[in-house]
Design a protein around this ligand. Structure first.
Ligand code: A3P
Length: 278
């Protein structure tokens, strides 16, 4: 990985950019055959929307309820050539995750009506978080500049594709009984409620005290402090600032206007768009 040139770190498949190291083409191909299970705990998020946060919350819910967490790859499209074999051998209930566009999630998730928790975040903070991630993650190419990365994000020329396409993809599933969409902002506003909602959705029963305990361990500062244990040397990369509104420190007035216009054009009048206001 260390010798890979920046221009080799991303590749395109069906018009979407992916990370060569994180999700090589053969893994995306192998995914087609993945067998989802009805009791899988599936976490879906566009990059930088709070995937690791929700993963941490889910882990705590599962272990608090007395279940063991089977070891597995952090994303179903992840790098090891054995990913599909490992996934198929994991014991139920599996906690699994993906950054894939909803239309690219293996079809058996739909046929088995697997419950999917989808995390979204307002696009302004998402692009800022993504910009820092590009510059701190050696498997992704460094962003040339904030302005260049902003325009790449707006045109969907970033790993895992266009934020707006992902949002539009989920808009069609807002009322699916097996889909729960939560936002980063609502979790920041009321983590207790968020945890209750997520636990309920996956049919885990928690006492109020347990919910409070999980919330206490899932604040940004708590998760950042334990990130060395949970994420090793990538801890700092995944737990950067953890705030709503950091975009104000990066966006020019024109960029803010551009994002507002694009948001209105693509997501105006949609249910998900209304949830994502910022
Ligand atoms: P920032 O870069 O804005 O700090 P993902 O896990 O999907 O890659 O998302 C990473 C973003 O979630 C980062 O945003 C990170 O700091 C934030 N995050 C992680 N844990 C969090 C927590 N417990 N509370 C709030 N934000 C958190």
């Amino acid at each position: 990985g260390m010798t890979m040139k920046d221009e080799e770190k991303l590749y395109k498949k069906n018009g979407i950019l992916y990370s060569t190291i994180m999700s090589p083409p053969e893994n995306l191909d192998a995914l087609k055959d993945m067998e989802a299970r009805e009791d899988d705990i599936m976490l879906v998020a566009y990059p930088k929307c709070g995937c690791n946060w929700m993963d941490g919350v889910l882990r705590k819910i599962i272990t608090t309820c007395g279940y063991t967490l089977p070891e597995g790859p952090s994303l179903i499209e992840f790098h090891s050539p054995d990913t599909q074999k490992i996934l198929s051998q994991m014991q139920s209930r599996r906690l699994i995750a993906t950054h894939l566009h909803p239309d690219d999630i293996p079809v058996s998730f739909k046929t088995n009506k697997t419950k999917m928790l989808v995390v979204f975040r307002n696009p302004k903070d998402t692009v800022v978080s993504y910009y820092h991630f590009m510059n701190n993650n050696p498997v992704l190419p460094k962003a040339e500049s904030w302005d260049k990365f902003f325009s790449d994000f707006m045109s969907g020329e970033v790993a895992w594709g266009s934020y707006f396409d992902h949002a539009l993809g989920w808009e069609k599933h807002m009322d699916d009984p097996n889909v729960l969409i939560v936002t980063y902002e609502e979790l920041k506003e009321n983590l207790l409620e968020g945890i209750k909602k997520v636990a309920d959705f996956f049919s885990f029963t928690l006492t109020d005290e347990q919910v409070q305990g999980i919330a206490g361990e899932s604040t940004f500062s708590a998760m950042q402090s334990s990130s060395k244990t949970s994420h090793g040397k990538f801890g700092k990369v995944f737990f950067r600032k953890g705030e709503v509104g950091d975009w104000k420190n990066h966006f020019s007035e024109d960029q803010s206007k551009q994002m507002d216009e694009e948001f209105k054009k693509k997501l105006g009048g949609t249910k998900l768009g209304a949830k994502l206001k910022y």
